[in-house]
Design a protein around this ligand. Sequence first.
Ligand code: DGL
Length: 271
Amino acid sequence: MSTSNHNLNNRPIGFFDSGVGGLSVYSKFKKLLRNENTLYFGDLAHLPYGNKSREELIGYARGILNFYKEKNVKAVVIACNTSSAQAYDTVKNEYDFKIYPIIQSCAQVIATQNIKKIGVFATMATVNSAVYTRELKKYNQGLQIKEIPCPNWVDIVESGRYQDDSAVNDIKIHLEEMMKFEPEKIILGCTHYPYLLDLLAAFTTKELFIDPAEIFVEYIAEDLKALGMLSQEIESSEENIYVSANPQNFVEHSKIFYKINKLPNVINLNN
Ligand code: DGL
């Protein structure tokens, strides 16, 4: 490999989500591709994304993509279903680096799993976009899909109030509604939701749920490899987390979710 390619491949990959949720993708990615330099942006100033308009979500995505452009990234991972659903189609050709949206990247693998009925739990904005249905149907026309919005679940995760009766009840109500559809699998279509898996599994089985994060990181790894874009460094040196507000909140809640050695620097961009 030429030196210039080598240097280009060692540029960082930027991840983003509205908060800690995307760490479910980020932490899996770090385990799979240890050589990659990575950055993470938690847009806490605009959390939750799930109740924002399309125009707002496009604006947030552009702001973060412009920030990552300044950081000279080789790729950006949209570790957020809501942004993938509402902003990706509009911004995808505006940048000269690779952009990986979670929904569109995972749809083919999920749609071809030999199942007939699939449920999707997601934010209001993701469900309103119907992008899960659109993308899954591209690969499996006959698939029956039911999307149900869960407007309180991001707050349950970000506030860490898993044990509250109101949280448990909210989860139970949505699950009961979904079970009437008799899905063979349910996609956790928001990166925050895998953290509720134990609560969901209390009413059914863990095997019923698909966390797209695993499929997503494998897709990105294979694509980077196919494009000859994998970093060749032995050890990653650069790893920062940026937040647009509330760094203390992010640190506290990410401790529960971030399962790699220690949390990197958390930098508040609004200081
Ligand atoms: N975790 C994000 C998603 O995957 C957004 C959640 C939110 O901020 O509402 O959709």
